[in-house]
Design a protein around this ligand. Structure first.
Ligand SMILES: [Zn+2]
Length: 159
């Protein structure tokens, strides 16, 4: 007898609304066109690029949708590839740590998105297989089918 292992994340993943997955997918595709931050200049006056503005707008919506998010969970997600944005040797750089909880949420969303896309692809390929089966006709019938089709085209044009 085999035991089926149930991933412990499943209950949490099941609580992720589909809209959150759509937001997450869009966030991953938002590009950033910000110039590198000039830490020696007036960096506090810098403007975010349209990509970053969009990202934070999506982030706000995502924060409302994900279950169990509290105001101090900020940002709610962080890429596992996030790097310290502060100049090396600065106090801020010394204190910067990856946001483990936000990265865990990112991975959770990533996994849920992958699961959903896999399920969607499977249902599409099943539908295609069903269609394929329905269309299968013996080779000998093909010629007759061609004749019928040609006849109908001729009729369509009134010839
Ligand atoms: Zn940007």
């Amino acid at each position: 007898m085999s035991t089926k292992r149930i991933p412990i994340h499943r209950p949490i993943r099941a609580q992720i609304p589909l809209e959150a997955l759509d937001l997450f997918r869009e966030m991953k595709n938002v590009g950033c066109a910000c110039p590198p931050i000039n830490w020696k200049g007036r960096y506090w006056e810098r403007q975010e690029c349209p990509g970053c503005e969009r990202w934070w707008a999506l982030h706000s919506r995502l924060a409302q949708l994900l279950p169990g998010i509290r105001p101090w969970h900020w940002p709610v997600i962080q890429s596992p590839r996030a790097r310290c944005p502060y100049p090396a040797g600065s106090n801020a750089a010394a204190q910067w740590r990856p946001n483990e909880a936000a990265q865990a949420r990112w991975r959770e969303l990533e996994a849920a998105l992958k699961e959903r896309e896999l399920a969607r692809r499977e249902s599409i390929s099943h539908a295609a297989a069903r269609e394929q089966r329905g269309r299968r006709v013996p080779a000998s019938a093909c010629r007759d089918a061609d004749v019928v089709q040609t006849g109908s085209i001729q009729n369509h044009y009134g010839v």
